[in-house]
Write a protein that binds this ligand. Structure first.
Ligand code: NAP
Length: 264
């Protein structure tokens, strides 16, 4: 199967690093003109420079916006009025005891992880529907299904994306626009590497030992028994964005290494 996305424009939120960058790179290599987003001009420029070295002819543009706010979403929409592919990848996370999560913390995670996705999907989905083709993805998490006790706020934000994804797929039924959620498991991004290093320092062990312990203690049902790479997650996103994935919609697509204990 050859995935050819030439002629399409793809917006990937949170794409100056981590999983978002890997998705942007994968889509650009498949021929899409990619729009990368981040909060700082320097990081956006560095991302565009990195993308330009991946393959000759890669097309990419950048937008600087803080998508955790309505104004930031308006900035992106103002700069890029339409898209054929929207990957709502932006998401923040962190360990916090439920009783320590303040109203401000709840507001921040819901605005960043959920409202950004709602605002952008509400805008871009209409153009996709009018043109009769489009792909919308929500980068959720296995934490949507297995709410972690030390990240209830994060798990809830990802569970909300599951509802949003399924609901929007129904709104767009028969339109040629597919809507899916993607559920990664622990994935070795820069942020996660830093997070694991902090946990390791607290316990006085190495980051590699901490990764193994993290899986054993927190994700014992992992079947791959390791963290995934951002590229492994991106591969599924590129397929779900492809023309070939036209019968996959309203689905929760897993790339979590088998953590979720369910046969469907
Ligand atoms: P990450 O490395 O922390 O993502 C960083 C990206 O998010 C950067 O591009 C950063 O841009 C951008 N960003 C952060 N806040 C922003 C804001 N307010 N406005 C615009 N951009 C913002 O994240 P990741 O680990 O790749 O995770 C990506 C997605 O996968 C998230 O939704 C996460 O919940 C999900 N996920 C991750 C894992 C994992 O283990 N990594 C597992 C399951 C699900 P700048 O800093 O340049 O502004």
């Amino acid at each position: 199967m050859i995935i050819d996305l030439s002629g399409t424009t793809a917006i990937v939120t949170g794409s100056t690093g981590g999983i978002g960058f890997a998705i942007a790179k994968g889509l650009a290599e498949a021929g899409s003109t990619v729009v990368v987003c981040g909060r700082e001009q320097g990081r956006v420029d560095a991302t565009l420079a990195a993308l330009s070295t991946t393959r000759a002819g890669v097309q990419a543009r950048g937008v600087v916006a803080d998508l955790a706010s309505a104004a930031g979403c308006r900035t992106l929409i103002g700069a890029e009025l339409q898209a054929d592919i929207l990957v709502n990848n932006l998401g923040i996370y962190g360990l916090k005891d439920f009783f320590e999560v303040s109203d401000e913390d709840w507001e921040e995670i819901l605005q960043t992880n959920v409202m950004s996705s709602i605002r952008l999907s509400r805008h871009y989905a209409q153009g996709m529907r009018n043109r009769g083709w489009g792909r919308i993805q929500f980068i959720s998490s296995e934490s949507a299904a297995n709410i972690p006790v030390d990240m209830v706020h994060y798990g809830l934000s990802k569970a909300a994306l599951q509802g949003l994804s399924r609901g929007l797929a129904k709104v767009l039924a028969g339109s040629g626009v597919t809507v899916n959620s993607i559920l990664p498991g622990p994935t070795r991004t820069e942020s996660v590497t830093a997070f694991i290093a902090q946990m390791a320092a607290k316990r006085g062990i190495t980051p590699t030992e901490m990764e193994t312990l993290f899986l054993r203690e927190g994700r014992p049902s992992s079947l791959i028994r390791r963290f995934a790479s951002p590229e492994e997650v991106a591969n599924l996103c590129v397929y779900a964005a492809s023309r070939q994935a036209s019968a996959t919609t309203g689905a929760a697509l897993r790339v979590e290494g088998g953590i979720i204990e369910s046969i469907v």
